[in-house]
Design a protein around this ligand. Structure first.
Ligand SMILES: Nc1ncnc2c1ncn2[C@@H]1O[C@H](COP(=O)(O)OP(=O)(O)OP(=O)(O)O)[C@@H](O)[C@H]1O
Ligand SMILES: [Mg+2]
Length: 360
């Protein structure tokens, strides 16, 4: 069942088209993330849902109700901002109580609801503090409590973690996800951090240039990217030119392989192959058909958890490989040779161009 429906949303600033035609359904109680590079239109879309500005055309529904023309304070959505946006002259308690006081909720109820939500976000003991006496992570919890306390139908969050350090970001994202599940609140979350998006979401929408490029589960976005942009933006990939032959085969890194049906049907003599670095095998036999090439190690970085290798394959440029730490491979010095293997089943094929679509 969908809770938020965005139907053909378009939005321009002057003659710059920021949202081209956004058509998305967001399920009731789900955690939905807009992911994309700076300037792709994430905030523009979130602000349209919040009612901070009006889309040029298209409709927004929450449940059965069309809200696209209502003022922001009549939409029953909560919003958490990147820069906390807490009132500096109000205590934690008064910051969180603000929306309830505006709604003229009786004082005893305000006290009860604020106390309960402060407990949920682990700030009960700081209720009387002023914002400048809080850390960034605590201020963001105030922002979260303030949005949740009004019991909105939809919670919107625009990069709520981007001002925090890496460790806090991971702690707070776990808390946000847990709270979201406890409350069962439909959430639209904005980030340009792909790992965060995959970790926290039920569904991810990858945006680029005012378009939704793909909507899917984190698993689908990572393993079946709809086009080359998604494959580039989420995780990393080795892209390799592929010659498509008329005899039903293709040529990848100088080796012929059977072409998958969608590649054969693709009306072009060339396309692009993609393999994730973690799928590239180093000094290891292949378990099925594929490509094996020798290359020269250019760079080797051991990060503790994994080993990142950059390998030059003569005539084909460099390939990145990511392996589990292996003492024998760590010992190989730059300038020395090693063998790379790519299984045919680990290669995805895309049409050419920045947003060339997935063929296989
Ligand atoms: N008020 C405005 N007037 C003119 N152009 C704007 C305005 N607000 C945004 N834009 C442009 O619209 C595009 C989308 O902006 P938006 O803020 O939605 O991007 P974003 O995806 O949120 O990026 P970021 O990750 O940097 O926050 C950008 O190219 C931006 O320059
Ligand atoms: Mg933004």
């Amino acid at each position: 069942m969908s809770q938020v429906q965005l139907k053909n949303i378009k939005k321009s600033y002057g003659n710059y088209v920021a949202l081209k035609n956004i058509d998305i359904d967001i399920g009731l109680g789900s955690f939905f993330t807009l992911l994309g590079p700076s300037g792709c239109g994430k905030t523009t879309l979130l602000r349209a849902i919040a009612g901070f500005h009006r889309q040029d055309s298209g409709e927004i529904y929450v449940g059965e109700k069309s809200i696209g023309q209502l003022p922001a304070n009549k939409r029953n959505v909560g919003m958490v901002f990147q820069d906390y946006a807490v009132f500096p002259h109000l205590s934690v308690f008064d910051n969180v109580a603000f929306g309830l006081v505006q709604q003229k909720v009786p004082a005893a109820q305000v006290k009860e609801r604020v106390a309960a939500i402060l407990k949920t976000v682990h700030l009960a003991q700081h209720a009387e503090r002023m914002p400048h006496q809080l850390s960034g992570g605590q201020q963001q919890r105030v922002g979260l409590a303030r949005a949740l306390v009004i019991r909105p139908k939809v919670l919107l969050m625009d990069e709520p973690l981007s001002n925090l350090d890496a460790k806090l970001r991971i702690d707070l994202r776990r808390d946000i996800r847990q709270l979201q599940q406890e409350f069962g609140i439909t959430t639209v979350y904005v980030t340009h951090d792909q790992e965060e998006a995959l970790a926290i979401s039920d569904q991810v929408c990858v945006m680029y240039d005012g378009w939704a490029q793909q909507v899917g589960s984190p698993w689908a976005i990572y393993n079946q990217p709809a086009n080359r942009f998604v494959a580039t933006f989420v995780g990393s990939n080795n892209f390799m030119p592929v010659a498509v032959r008329s005899d039903g085969e293709l040529e990848l890194l100088g080796t012929r392989l059977p072409a998958p049906p969608a590649v054969r049907e693709h009306a072009s003599a060339s396309c692009v192959g993609a393999v994730r670095p973690e799928k590239v095998r180093v000094n290891q036999a292949l378990a099925g058909p594929g490509v094996q090439v020798r290359g020269v190690l250019r760079q080797s970085m051991f990060t503790g958890r994994e080993l990142q290798l950059t390998v030059e394959v003569e005539g084909h440029g460099t390939l990145d490989a990511l392996t589990a730490p292996d003492e024998a491979i760590v010992a190989i010095k730059p300038g020395h040779e090693l063998q790379l293997g790519i299984q045919a089943s680990d290669v995805l094929y895309f049409a050419e161009g920045e947003t060339g679509k997935l063929l296989s």
